[in-house]
Design a protein. Structure first.
Length: 507
C-alpha cells in the first residue's frame, strides 16, 4: 500500500480499492499482452481550449513547447472530439469510457456524481495503482452526495500554490503538487495522475496577453468571430493562459524525466471542451467539440506520427485500462487507442474510425427557467458535420438577454455563453455583425449540415439544400443507429429521464 501524507488519506485509497475491485469483478475479460512493468498514466487536461490552438498545429498566436514536445516524441491527433462540450459530461466520459447521455446525473453540469458509477481511476486503484489529481477533476458538481470519499478523478493534491500568485490565473502549482504526489507513493508502485489545469477558463486578466508580447494578427481570428481589435485582444489573453498551462506541463515532463519515469509513462494531453467564446464552448460546432490531443509513451510509440483517425473522449478509459493490463468494463462504449498508438503508420490507421458522435443536454442550469436545457446530438465525419437540435423552439444559449458583461457571468444574459469582452462586443454590435451575432445568439433550425472542407468554421447551413438531401439522410441514419445502439434515452423515447435530472438540479 502507498505511503500517505495529509492529502492522500488511507480510507480514500481503501475506498478506491473496494470500488475498483467491485468494478473489476463485473468487467468483461479480454486478451491483453502482459507487460513486465506496468506503465504509469498521466492525463493532462486544460479547461476550455479549442483545436487548433497549439503551435504543433501551426497556430501562430500561441506557443506551446511542452505540448509540441509530447506530439514530437509521440503522436499528434487531428480528429479528437469530446462526448459533450461542457465540463462535467466531458470529464465524466473520460473517467467512465461512456457516452455522456448514459451517465445519468453526470450527463450535465452542476449535478451530482451517480452512486456506484466506477471510473478508470477506481479500477486502477483496485489493481494497486497509486492515484491522485491536482487542479480540476470532475466538476462542477457534488461528488460527495454519492458517498464517495474522493473526487472521481482521485484524491486531491492541491496544497502547493504559486508564490506570488500570478494575476488573472489560478495560483495552483500543478507541477509542485505532482512532485508531492510522487514523493508520497512507494518507489515501485505504478501511478495514475490527473492534471486538471484551470487555464484557459475565463475570466482572463484584460490585457495580459498584450503585456506579455502575445499578438493576434488580423486574419488569425476564427471566421465565426468579428476580426476586430477587441476580439484579437481577448484571444491574446486566452493564448496567454494556454501558454501558462503549457509551462506547467513542461515542468511536469521534466520531473518525470529526472526521476527516470518519463518513458514508462503514458502521457495524454488534451482539453475538456472548446474555448469560452460565442459559437464555441457549449456548441456542437468544431470550436466547441474538436480538441487538441497529443500522446507520448516512450518506445511504445513511434515518434513524430500524425494521425487523422476519429477518436472520442470515451476512448481514454479503455486505453488506460488496457495499458495497465486490466479488463474493460462491459458498459464502456469507447474503444482502446492502443492499436493506433502502437501502429507505426501515420494518416488514417483504422478505417472504421471515420466519424465521431457527440451532443449536449444542458450547459449552465441557470440559463433557462427551471434549469431546462437545449438537447442536441451530432455526427462529424471528415467531410460533414450534421447537427440535430431537439428543441429548436428554445434558445440554444439561454432565455435572458443582456446585460452581458460582467453581470452575465455566470447567471445573467444568455448564460450558456461564458461572459467576456467578445460576447459583450458582439451583443452590443449585433446589428453591425448581424450574421455572426445570429449564429452566436439566435435560434437554430431542427437540422444543420456543414461541408467542413469548404466551410471549416461552419457558417453556411446546407440542411435545407436539396442537393445535400441524400448526404443529410445518410448521416441522420448513421447518427440514429449509434445513439440507439449505445442507449441514448432520447433515441429510445425515454428523454424524460434526462429531463428529470434537469428538474432535480435547476440551479
Amino acid at each position: 500500500m502507498p505511503r500517505f501524507g495529509d492529502t492522500l488519506i488511507r480510507r480514500d485509497f481503501l475506498a478506491g480499492l473496494a470500488l475498483g475491485a467491485a468494478a473489476l469483478a463485473s468487467a468483461r475479460c479480454r486478451s491483453i499482452r502482459p507487460s513486465k512493468k506496468r506503465p504509469n498514466i498521466l492525463f493532462c487536461i486544460t479547461d476550455d481550449q479549442s483545436y487548433p490552438h497549439a503551435s504543433a498545429y501551426g497556430c501562430r498566436f500561441v506557443k506551446t513547447p511542452a505540448f509540441d514536445r509530447v506530439a514530437r516524441e509521440g503522436v499528434l491527433f487531428h480528429n479528437a472530439f469530446v462526448s459533450a462540450p461542457s465540463c462535467c459530461p466531458s470529464r465524466a466520459s473520460v473517467l467512465t469510457g461512456q457516452d455522456f447521455y448514459r451517465l445519468k446525473e453526470a450527463s450535465m453540469n452542476h449535478t451530482v456524481w451517480p452512486s456506484g458509477m466506477a471510473t478508470y481511476m477506481d479500477l486502477l486503484a483496485g489493481a494497486a495503482y497509486t492515484i491522485g489529481f491536482t487542479g480540476k477533476g470532475w466538476g462542477p458538481g457534488n461528488w460527495q452526495a454519492s458517498g464517495r470519499s474522493t473526487n472521481p478523478a482521485g484524491p486531491a493534491f492541491n496544497e502547493k500554490r504559486l508564490s506570488p500568485p500570478q494575476k488573472g490565473l489560478s495560483d495552483i502549482d500543478y507541477a509542485a503538487n505532482f512532485q508531492a504526489f510522487l514523493d508520497q507513493k512507494l518507489p515501485d508502485a505504478p501511478f495514475s495522475f490527473w492534471v486538471g489545469f484551470l487555464e484557459p477558463h475565463r475570466g482572463f486578466d484584460p490585457g495580459i496577453g498584450d503585456a506579455n508580447g502575445i499578438a493576434v494578427a488580423p486574419g488569425q481570428v476564427p471566421a465565426f468571430l468579428p476580426d476586430v481589435s477587441e476580439v484579437r485582444r481577448d484571444l491574446a489573453d486566452y493564448a496567454f493562459e494556454i501558454e501558462q498551462a503549457d509551462r506547467q506541463l513542461g515542468r511536469i515532463l521534466d520531473i518525470l524525466e529526472r526521476r527516470g519515469e518519463l518513458d514508462n509513462t503514458l502521457v495524454v494531453v488534451t482539453a475538456d471542451n472548446g474555448m469560452a467564446f460565442p459559437g464555441a464552448k457549449a456548441t456542437l460546432y468544431d470550436a466547441g467539440t474538436r480538441m487538441p490531443l497529443a500522446v507520448r509513451w516512450g518506445k511504445r510509440i513511434r515518434r513524430g506520427r500524425i494521425v487523422w483517425d476519429f477518436v472520442c473522449f470515451t476512448d481514454f478509459a479503455p486505453t488506460f485500462l488496457e495499458a495497465a493490463g486490466l479488463p474493460i468494463p462491459a458498459e464502456t462504449t469507447g474503444k482502446s487507442l492502443i492499436p493506433i498508438l502502437e501502429s507505426r503508420r501515420s494518416g488514417q490507421i483504422d478505417l472504421a474510425r471515420d466519424h465521431a458522435v457527440f451532443g449536449l443536454e444542458r450547459h449552465f442550469p441557470g440559463a433557462r427557467p427551471d434549469g431546462a436545457g437545449y438537447p442536441m446530438r451530432a455526427i462529424r465525419t471528415s467531410e460533414y458535420l450534421y447537427i440535430r437540435n431537439l428543441k429548436p423552439e428554445s434558445s440554444p444559449v439561454g432565455d435572458r438577454p443582456g446585460p452581458v458583461w460582467p453581470a452575465d457571468d455566470p447567471v445573467g444574459g444568455y448564460g450558456d455563453i461564458d461572459g467576456g469582452p467578445t460576447k459583450t462586443f458582439m451583443w452590443e454590435r449585433r446589428d453591425q455583425y448581424a450574421d455572426l451575432s445570429e449564429r452566436a445568439f439566435g435560434r437554430r433550425p431542427a437540422e444543420e449540415l456543414y461541408d467542413v472542407g469548404r466551410d471549416p468554421d461552419q457558417l453556411h447551413n446546407l440542411a435545407a439544400n436539396p442537393e445535400f438531401a441524400r448526404i443529410k439522410t445518410s448521416l441522420a441514419g448513421k447518427l440514429d443507429a449509434y445513439l440507439k445502439r449505445t442507449g441514448d434515452p432520447r433515441a429510445l423515447d425515454r428523454g424524460w429521464e434526462l429531463d428529470a435530472v434537469m428538474k432535480r438540479f435547476p440551479e
